[in-house]
Design a protein around this ligand. Structure first.
Ligand code: ATP
Ligand code: BUA
Length: 353
């Protein structure tokens, strides 16, 4: 069964074609920043990115009708349980007009649904808004603000299952802390297959290559009322131009580690320190009963970084590293489970609002 996988990021769209779970081809369609800057809103990029995907298909000699399904990255929907969902009109409407956070992943289902033209099923799996948090974890400290579960759920769930398999156990029988270290950083506590607490990767937790993570609130208020920044500028300062970008002008950890000065590398060490602190917190969430700590994402490619994190947290549980991300495979597998009748597609509806 042929599956087309679509996964948009802020400056590129990853596309792949799978035959069952065998990847036939994967390409990263890079979009020039100057091209993207012409659009005021992420959703306005729909036609532009759709054309690029159609160009890719034609170059690879496929037509949309050749596919049994389109598997799309799930965007910022209301809180949902983990699983594969059928994309329908109301989901597309939500992602276009109602979503609370603008994120490139919101484009995937919109583009997939439009490409399918009602002829083939379109699915999302484990969207960014997968929410399995326990009630205590939702309380922020003021009633007006509720803590949210917005994380790299797709890769995190796939990697957690992979490590469980390596251990010869079921994911649902284990307690794990999984940290995704990419442009953004998500650290998550899993109790028997449920992600019971997370740092919202846009707002909380460690600083990352391009995000500030948690900040001292008093100083944030001072910045916000300094008159120097618009709301949009402040948001960009926190997500996009924060973290390593703010200190070093780059989000490229690999480059800093390879060619940076000691002073520059110090900021990577500071980031590692914050990651380890967050992992320790998630071990406490699991009351110290942790079967595995898992480090994944692009930064996990660097064994020194993994070792440094390990030096802080090795006493809590065995540490596994699963470098890179497996989002395309996870999306294909999610759609395949439904196509093969192993799982029923969940139906998203306004009731999730
Ligand atoms: N071998 C490596 N050593 C150190 N860092 C690396 C290595 N390979 C990739 N990275 C770093 O990983 C980061 C990007 O990670 P990744 O590709 O997971 O992020 P992304 O997909 O852009 O964002 P996100 O994971 O938040 O969706 C960059 O800072 C990059 O320099
Ligand atoms: C918000 C967490 C997911 C991402 O940054 O891609």
């Amino acid at each position: 069964m042929l599956i087309l996988v679509i996964n948009p990021g802020s400056t590129s769209t990853k596309v792949a074609i799978f035959d069952d779970d065998k990847k036939l081809v994967q390409r990263t369609l890079r979009h020039d920043v100057s091209e993207l800057e012409k659009f005021n809103d992420i959703m306005e990029q729909e036609d532009f990115r759709k054309k690029e995907i159609l160009k890719f298909l034609s170059e690879e000699d496929y037509k949309v009708e050749d596919f049994s399904a389109i598997a799309c990255r799930g965007g910022i929907l209301p809180p949902l349980e983990s699983g594969t969902y059928r994309v329908d009109e109301s989901m597309v409407d939500y992602l276009k007009n109602k979503t609370k956070v603008k994120h490139a992943s919101n484009l995937a289902a919109v583009i997939g649904y439009s490409l399918s033209n009602g002829k083939i099923p379109v699915f999302i799996t484990d969207p960014v808004s997968v929410d399995e948090m326990i009630d205590e974890a939702r309380v922020s400290g003021i009633p007006e603000i509720e803590r949210l579960s917005l994380v790299h759920a797709l890769n995190i769930k796939a990697v957690a299952r992979e490590v469980a398999e390596q251990l010869g156990k079921k994911y649902e029988d284990l307690n794990m802390v999984v940290a995704h270290l990419g442009g953004g950083i998500s650290v998550t506590a899993h109790r028997k297959g449920k992600m019971i607490d997370v740092n919202n990767a846009n707002d909380e937790g460690p600083f990352s290559p391009e995000r500030t993570g948690e900040l001292p609130v008093g100083d944030v208020v001072k910045l916000a009322f300094s008159g120097k920044y618009s709301k949009k500028e402040l948001k960009k300062m926190f997500v996009g131009r924060g973290g390593l970008v703010a200190y070093l002008g780059t989000n490229d950890v690999k480059k800093v580690l390879e060619t940076g000065t000691d002073k520059e590398k110090f900021y990577v060490d500071a980031m590692i320190y914050q990651i380890a602190k967050e992992i320790g917190g998630m071990c406490a969430v699991l009351k110290g009963k942790v079967d595995a700590i898992v480090i994944t994402g692009g930064i996990a490619n660097n064994q020194n970084v993994v070792e440094k994190i390990k030096s802080y947290v090795f006493k809590f549980a065995p540490v596994f590293s699963v470098p890179g991300e497996f989002e395309m495979e996870a999306l294909a597998k999610g759609a395949l489970r439904v196509l093969k009748g192993k799982e029923e597609a969940k139906i998203w509806g306004e009731k999730n609002e």
